[in-house]
Design a protein around this ligand. Structure first.
Ligand code: GRF
Length: 209
């Protein structure tokens, strides 16, 4: 049975596209059962439509007035994910910080991709942070989601050189190319049952022979 994925995305959705492509090219044995966005105009929702995948906009304003709006919003997302029998949640350019509601329900079953070599440069603008620090190598990281922002157990990383004269755009493009390669790989490892979290670390198990 293909792994059932749920994707949370806020914007462009190029990482979502990389996952869709891997599935369509039969490199990834998975199916995306739902894409949820907190932005009505997210390109990710257009991509969903183009590929016949169910997309849903959940208005963050719908929970204003709740005692804990952020948790109330995540509760709504959780209901949608459960209704679509999602087994693995992928954050793909999702610009909201997820709360314990989702993290506990999907512990070690929710991944994020970040455009730096964590634990360096977490949070917003990882590429700008790398340029500001003058590092010579940067990259991207796929990790499991925990309550600390960009802090969960690292699954896979890819490095890219930082060139003299790089702009945020040129470095971001170089990193993005690796993101598109790395995220489907991480999902494939999960689908194959090859990821095991031990303490703060993710162990990659040998393939079953
Ligand atoms: C990517 O750089 C990803 O690492 C970060 O947000 C960006 C999303 O891009 N979390 P896209 O929406 O997948 O094109």
């Amino acid at each position: 049975m293909p792994l059932r994925l749920g994707v949370l995305a806020s914007g462009r959705g190029s990482n979502l596209q990389a996952i869709i492509d891997s599935i369509e090219n039969k490199k990834l044995d998975a199916t995306i059962t739902i894409i949820v966005s907190n932005k009505s105009d997210a390109q990710a929702l257009e991509r969903a439509q183009q590929h016949g995948i169910k997309g849903m906009y959940l208005n963050p304003k719908s929970v204003i007035g709740e005692s804990d709006p952020r948790k109330a919003y995540d509760q709504k997302i959780l209901e949608v994910l459960k209704a679509h029998e999602v087994q693995l949640v992928l954050l793909a350019g999702y610009m909201k910080i997820v709360t314990s509601v989702l993290i506990e329900a999907y512990q070690w079953r929710m991944m994020n991709i970040h455009p730096s070599l964590l634990p360096s440069f977490p949070g917003l603008n990882g590429q700008q942070q790398a340029l500001d620090a003058g590092v010579k190598i940067s990259g991207c990281t796929v990790h499991f989601v925990t309550e600390g922002v960009d802090e969960g157990p690292i699954i896979l990383q890819a490095a890219v050189p930082v060139h003299e004269g790089d702009s945020v755009d040129s470095l971001s493009a170089r990193i993005l190319e690796q993101e598109h390669r790395l995220y489907p790989q991480a999902v494939a490892l999960f689908a194959a049952g090859r990821l095991s979290v031990e303490g703060q670390k993710t162990k990659i198990l040998e393939p079953a022979s």
